[in-house]
Structures are given as C-alpha cells and as structure tokens.
Design a binder for this molecule. Structure first.
Ligand code: GLU
Length: 512
C-alpha cells in the first residue's frame, strides 16, 4: 500500500473562510485515519491576488483548530519548499515537456488582441469566447504560425504563454469518491494557460506538478474545483503520469443559513455571525471580519461543528473530539448535497463543550479576565461559580458577564417580576426566611433547602411566594442558578449582604 499523503492547498488571498477550515479538517482526518501525512502547501503563484498576512493567518487558524500540518511552510519536510512561489523554477520544465509531446503550445497573443477577439465574437453572437479548439487557429500561437517564425520570436524573447492543447472528441471520466463518476467532453474545455508570460505557472500546472512531486495520493477539496479536474486529468495524461493519478473527492458547498446559495465572506455581516475562524483586520471596516475565536468559541466545538457540516458518522452521537472522529471518518459518508451553515448549531456545540469542561479548567481560563474586571476571586471559589453558571451560558466568558452578581452587588433587579410578586406580606416572609437561612450551618444547598421547606410549611406560605424574590435578590434576574446553590457559593456573609440590601430596596417599592 502506498502511504496516504494529502494536502490542504490554500491560496493566500485573504482570510480563510470557514469552508477552507472544513477542507483542511477532512484532509487531516483522512490522513490520521490512514496513518498518513497531512501537508500544507501555499499556492501563491498569482501575485496579483497575494495578500500580505494571509499565510500567517492560515497557519494560525489551523493551529487554533488543532490541525497542525505534518509538512508545510512552518513545519518543514522532505518535499519542500511548500510555498509555490519558492518552487517557480521547477514548473517551466514540465510545461516544455508538454509542448514537446504536442500537448501544449506557445501563444503570443497580447491582452489587447485577446480582448479584441472576444469583442468580435460577442458581436457575432457566439455563446462562448473561450480560447479553445474552435478559436486557436485564428490566434497567434505555435499551432497557427510558421514554425520558423515561432522559433525567432522565442529566441528574441517575445512575451508568450504556454497553453494546454485540448483536443475535441474525447470524453474524460473523473472518478470522485463523493460524486461517483463524472464525465466531461473535451469540446467544452478551453486551452488553459499553464505558464504565464512572467514565467509563473498558473494554478492548474503548479497544482498538478506539485501533487505529483509531493506524492499526493488523494485530492480532497471544495466542489468549486470539480470543473477544473478534467483539465487536471489531461495534464496527468500529457505528462505520462496517469499511473499514479491521485484519487479525487470534491466536498459539497457550505450554504447560507437560508439555503439560498453558497456561504460567502459577506454573509457574516448579513446574518450576524462569524464565517471565519479568526478575526481579520482588512484595510477598511468592510473588509474586516470577526472570527469564531473572537466570538468566544472553543476550537473543539468549532471543529466538531465543521466536521458535521457535510458529514456524519451514521449514528445519533453528535459530540466527537478530533481523536474520536478519526476512526469514524470516511469519504463515502460525506454528503453530496450542500450543507446549510446553522449558526445556532455552532452555539449549541459550544455549550456542550462548555458544560463538559471541568470547573477548575474554566476557572483557570477566566482568572485573568476576572482580574481585569477588578475582581480577585480565589480560584477554587471561581470554579464553584463556573460550575453553577456553565449550563446557563453559551460562551465561557459569559460566565463572568452574566454571573457578575457573584462578584459585586446586583445592578438591576427584575422590576417586572417584582411588581407581580411583591405582596403586602412579602417583606415579613423575606425577613423570616432570612433569619432561618443565615443561621443554618453548615451553609450548604441541601441543608438550606430543607430548612427553608420546613419553615415555609410552618409559615403556611408556598415556595412560589418567596423563592422568586430571593432569586431576584441574589441575581437580579429569574435566569440565575437555583437559590440554594447561589447561597452556598456566596457563603453566609455575602448572602447576608445581598439579601439585606435587596430587602431594603424592595421595601422602597411600598413607599413609592
Ligand atoms: N489553491 C486552490 C485553492 O485556493 C487549491 C485547490 C486544490 O486543492 O486543488 O483552493
């Protein structure tokens, strides 16, 4: 068996969309499952689209998700360099080899000539103006021109490109692990540029040459590359590399939450959700985006969410760590149709991971933020607060934001509920129960609760008359944790402080 080698091959043209991370993830899982190698290759041959900082962003995003490449620009490896711009000298040789084999040709047409031709065809009502078998003999290239003329031009260094010669009348069969067999007729294909006038290869040539030189066994990439695959098959054939052509798997699109088309960079702003792993600072506000990391997501939740966006293991289980999903993963279980991006589901995943995170770990994570808010909680105590709050929030940092009342006095009391619940006898009930609770020892939830029950039964009052008032007294809201649990965590002194202050404020209601 040939060892599995897969690559994630982004172009550094800006922030990496969440779909790119999913592609990286599926490659990573496939490599891990087969004991193979996961390679990062930076496809930066298009100098016009190069964006500084994009490569660093890609590396950081992969790292954050725990998808560290085995080989790549940051990691090194025996097949480097892994940046195509640093491999420039290698590609020309293969383009020339294709020319010699009659599978490619030189073309001297200038941009102006190409534009003029396209315009003429448009006016003549041609449906397509692509440079292909119908057009090439009208253009200035080594197929249409006199060989001597061509030689002279080449010797004189006249700018030229090398194009793939696609002959009509053939059917190309692409075997795709996800879509099955796809056939493309060569009449439909254009004569793609392989080597540009500046000597840089285009994506097509560089991609195929590098997949070969890096001994890639499986190409797992987005569906948008499926139409290029027929050209790639022709390149493999032309170079005599059909023997070890990689297997292809084209991943379904990620769709907008409303299902109307492909999820795009702009949809983050449109739907009020992140569509990038990390925030990106562009040159304008319009080009700057928030990221899952900055929104407070746990990367494990993001990875789990992304894995299920287009794949599932065929069981009811939804929570899988990277390690756990590795043996379950298979290309065959990837869906053919697009996967809808469901932000609520992402939040749900985060909450699941949050609830499963040990309280002590959360406390360690949150201590610096607590300090920056001017609170100096003891770590063990903070862990108790985390234990109470983590089921009630979606993001770890919301534990401090929403549970601020553990650290400082309540800012706002829920007036609407108070208006309904505060009765003429409320003050005396409140005080009576306070008396009992604050004298109970040990000051733990279960004991406090049974004392309270005995008290309200004796007092002939139901819990409904008093517990909501306590909840609001301690947390300001009905959404806080259960009363007795809050009391235990606050301890007798803070509990007294909070209750006395609340009672005083609630009593004012009677006067106003
Ligand atoms: N550079 C291409 C991209 O940006 C790679 C496509 C492929 O994996 O072949 O997605």
């Amino acid at each position: 068996m040939v060892p599995v080698r897969v690559r994630f091959a982004p172009s550094p043209t800006g922030a990496l969309h969440i779909g790119g991370i999913r592609t990286a993830l599926y490659n990573y899982l496939f490599a891990r499952q087969h004991g193979g190698t996961f390679i990062l290759r930076i496809e930066d041959t298009d100098q016009n689209r190069y964006v500084p900082g994009a490569e660093a962003y890609i590396l950081e995003a992969l790292q954050w998700c725990g998808l560290t490449p085995d080989e790549g620009p940051g990691s090194g490896g025996p097949y480097g360099p892994y940046r195509q711009s640093e491999r420039k000298s290698r590609y020309r040789e293969y383009a020339l080899r294709l020319v010699e084999a009659g599978k490619a040709y030189y073309a001297f047409d200038t941009e102006a000539e190409l534009e003029e031709k396209r315009e003429k065809l448009r006016q003549a009502g041609w449906a397509s103006s692509q440079y292909d078998h119908r057009l090439r003999m009208d253009m200035r290239n080594s197929l249409s021109m006199d060989p001597e003329d061509v030689r002279q031009r080449l010797d004189a260094g006249e700018p030229h490109v090398i194009r793939l010669k696609v002959d009509p009348g053939e059917e190309i069969l692409i075997r795709d692990a996800i879509r099955g067999e796809v056939t493309v007729r060569t009449e439909e294909l254009d004569d793609k540029v392989l080597l540009k006038a500046d000597g840089m290869p285009t994506y097509h040539l560089a991609n195929i040459v590098d997949d070969r030189l890096m001994e890639i066994t499986h190409v797992i990439r987005g569906e948008e590359w499926l139409p290029s695959t027929a050209h790639h098959v022709l390149l493999y054939r032309g170079l005599g590399w059909e023997d070890r052509m990689p297997e292809f798997a084209h991943l379904p699109l990620i769709l907008r939450p409303d299902g109307k088309g492909k999820l795009s960079k702009r949809d983050g702003a449109r739907f009020g959700m992140p569509v990038f792993p990390l925030a990106w600072k562009g040159d304008t506000d319009e080009n700057s985006f928030t990221g899952f990391r900055e929104e407070g997501f746990d990367p494990r939740a993001v990875v789990n969410f992304l894995a299920f966006l287009g794949w599932n293991p065929g069981t009811e289980q939804e929570i899988y760590s990277l390690e756990a999903m590795t043996p379950e993963f298979s290309l065959e279980r990837i869906h053919k149709s697009g996967a809808r991006f469901d932000y609520d589901k992402a939040r749900w995943y985060n909450q699941q991971y949050l609830m499963a995170t040990p309280d002590e770990e959360l406390a360690t994570l949150l201590l610096p933020e607590a300090a920056s808010r001017g609170w100096k909680p003891d770590k063990e105590w903070l862990a108790k607060v985390c234990g109470l709050m983590k089921e009630r929030v979606t993001f770890a940092r919301d534990i401090l934001r929403k549970g601020y009342y553990f650290f400082e006095p309540v800012k706002d009391y829920d007036q609407a509920t108070l208006a309904r619940k505060w009765q003429p006898d409320s003050a005396s009930l409140f005080e009576g129960l306070m008396e009992v609770l604050l004298n109970t020892r040990p000051f733990v939830a279960a004991g406090l609760e049974s004392k309270a029950k005995a008290w309200w039964e004796a007092a002939g009052a139901g819990p409904g008359a008093i517990l909501p008032l306590y909840r609001i007294a301690l947390a300001g809201t009905m959404k806080g944790p259960a009363v007795f649990e809050m009391l235990e965590v606050l301890g007798p002194d803070l509990s007294r402080e909070r209750l006395v202050r609340a009672l005083e404020i609630f009593r004012q209601r009677e006067k106003s």
